[in-house]
Write a protein that binds this ligand. Structure first.
Ligand SMILES: Nc1ncnc2c1ncn2[C@@H]1O[C@H](COP(=O)(O)OP(=O)(O)O)[C@@H](O)[C@H]1O
Ligand SMILES: [Mg+2]
Length: 352
C-alpha cells in the first residue's frame, strides 16, 4: 500500500514567503483525524544471546492536526526507536514491530521499507538526532535537497535550488549558495542542523518528526530551530512530534507532553500541568526537578540508571529507582489511569 499521494510540479515559493504556499506533500488537512495515531505499538529487538528484548512497550500516542506533541525521557528510553518503527527504518529481521499506527487516518505498513521511503520527505519530514551522520559525506548539501525533492516532485533542479536557498536564508544562513555547494564536512554542526530542518520542511509535510533538534546546537541556533518549528506549524500547518530530553525546548512549543521511560509512556500531561505539583508519576516529578534553572544552585539528579533491555519485566519500569515504590509496584503491569482530561498516568500509587 502506498500512502503518499502523487505530487505534481509546483512553482517554487516566493523567496520572501517561504512556507506560505499550500501544503505540497500532503492531502488536504482534515481537522478531526489525528495526523499521527499510534495504538499499542510495541517493538522488540533480537539479541543473539538473550532472544527478543522489549524496547517499546504498548505505546499509544496521537498528534492532532496542527498540534505539537512532545515526547521526553532520558537517553536510551526508546524515543528514536518509536518513530523509526513507524516509518520503516528498523531493519527486519532484528526488529519485531506490533500494534497499529495511522498517518492521516491511513494504516501504516511499518514492515514495508518502500512505503516508509515514499512517506519520508513527502508526508513526513524527519529531522534526525545526529545531523552529521544523516548526510552522505561525498555529496554536496545541494544534492541532498535535490534527492529529497527529486524523489517526490517534478520540480526542476533550478526550482529546487531556489527553494533551498530561500529556506536556508530564512534560517539565518549568511551565504546559502556557498553552503549548498559545500560538502557536509565543510559545515559546522549548527549549520548542518539548520540544513536538516530546511530539508525536512522542503515539501511542506503533514507531519514533522523532530528528534532532539536542539541537542547539538548552541543557544542562538537553538532559538532559531525552535522558532522555525513553530513557523512550520503556523504557516504550513504541519503537525510536529517533538522529541527531546530538553524539557525547556519541549515545553516552550508542545501542547501535550508524553513522558517515556524504558519504552513505556508512564505519563501523558497537558504542558501547562507539567509542574512538580501537578505531575503524578514519581519519574516525571524527578525529571521536572532535574531541569536546569537559573535560580537553582544545584541540580537534583535522578539516582540510579534506566534498566537495560530485557526480555520482559513485570511491574513499573521505574520501580527500582523510585523512592516511593511499594512491593506491588514490582508486579502489576498497569493500564494508564485518567487524572483529568488529557492527563493520564501509569502508577500504582495514584488512585485517580
Ligand atoms: N540499532 C540498534 N541496535 C541495537 N540496539 C539499539 C539500536 N537502536 C537502539 N537500540 C537500543 O534501543 C533502546 C532505545 O534506544 P533509542 O530509541 O535510541 O533511545 P532514545 O532515543 O530514547 O535515546 C536503547 O537500549 C538502545 O541501546
Ligand atoms: Mg534518540
Amino acid at each position: 500500500m502506498t500512502l503518499a499521494p502523487t505530487t505534481s510540479a509546483q512553482p517554487p515559493p516566493d523567496p520572501a514567503g517561504h512556507n506560505s504556499g499550500p501544503a505540497q506533500g500532503s492531502p488536504k488537512p482534515d481537522q478531526k483525524t489525528p495526523v499521527l495515531s499510534a495504538q499499542d505499538l510495541s517493538v522488540d529487538l533480537l539479541s543473539p544471546k538473550k532472544g527478543w528484548l522489549k524496547v517499546i512497550h504498548k505505546v499509544s500516542l496521537e498528534v492532532g492536526p496542527q498540534d505539537i506533541v512532545g515526547l521526553i525521557g532520558e537517553s536510551g528510553g526508546g524515543k528514536s526507536v518509536f518513530w523509526k518503527a513507524l516509518f520503516g527504518l528498523l531493519d527486519s529481521p532484528k526488529w519485531r514491530v506490533s500494534g497499529q499506527a495511522f498517518l492521516q487516518g491511513k494504516l501504516l505498513n511499518y514492515h514495508d521499507e518502500e512505503e516508509g521511503r515514499a512517506l519520508r520527505g513527502q508526508s513526513v519530514g524527519i529531522i534526525p538526532q545526529d545531523p552529521m551522520s544523516a548526510f552522505d559525506p561525498v555529496r554536496t548539501i545541494l544534492s541532498h535537497f535535490l534527492e529529497t525533492a527529486g524523489a517526490h516532485t517534478t520540480l526542476t533542479k533550478n526550482q529546487i535550488s531556489q527553494m533551498a536557498e530561500s529556506s536556508l536564508a530564512q534560517l539565518y544562513i549568511d551565504n546559502p549558495k556557498r553552503i549548498l555547494a559545500s560538502y557536509p564536512f565543510q559545515c559546522s554542526g549548527g549549520t548542518l542542523q539548520r540544513v536538516m530542518v530546511a530539508i525536512a520542511d522542503l515539501l511542506k509535510p503533514a507531519l514533522l518528526v523532530a528528534d532532539e533538534p536542539t541537542t547539538s546546537v548552541d543557544v542562538t541556533v537553538r532559538r532559531e530551530v525552535l522558532s522555525l518549528l513553530k513557523d512550520s506549524k503556523n504557516q504550513i500547518g504541519s503537525s510536529i512530534l517533538l522529541i527531546s530530553h530538553d524539557l525547556m525546548a519541549v515545553t516552550s512549543l508542545a501542547s501535550e507532553i508524553n513522558v517515556m521511560y524504558a519504552g513505556s509512556i508512564i505519563e501523558r500531561i497537558p504542558t501547562p500541568a507539567l509542574t512538580a505539583s501537578q505531575a503524578r508519576h514519581p519519574y516525571t516529578i524527578k525529571l521536572i526537578k532535574a531541569r536546569p534553572s537559573f535560580s537553582k544552585e544545584r541540580l537534583e539528579s535522578i539516582p540510579g540508571a534506566p534498566p537495560t533491555l530485557s526480555a520482559g519485566q513485570s511491574g513499573c519500569p521505574f520501580q527500582p529507582r523510585c523512592e516511593k515504590a511499594l512491593k506491588p509496584c514490582r508486579h502489576y503491569d498497569l493500564e494508564p489511569k485518567q487524572i483529568s482530561p488529557g492527563h493520564e498516568v501509569r502508577c500504582l500509587l495514584v488512585d485517580r
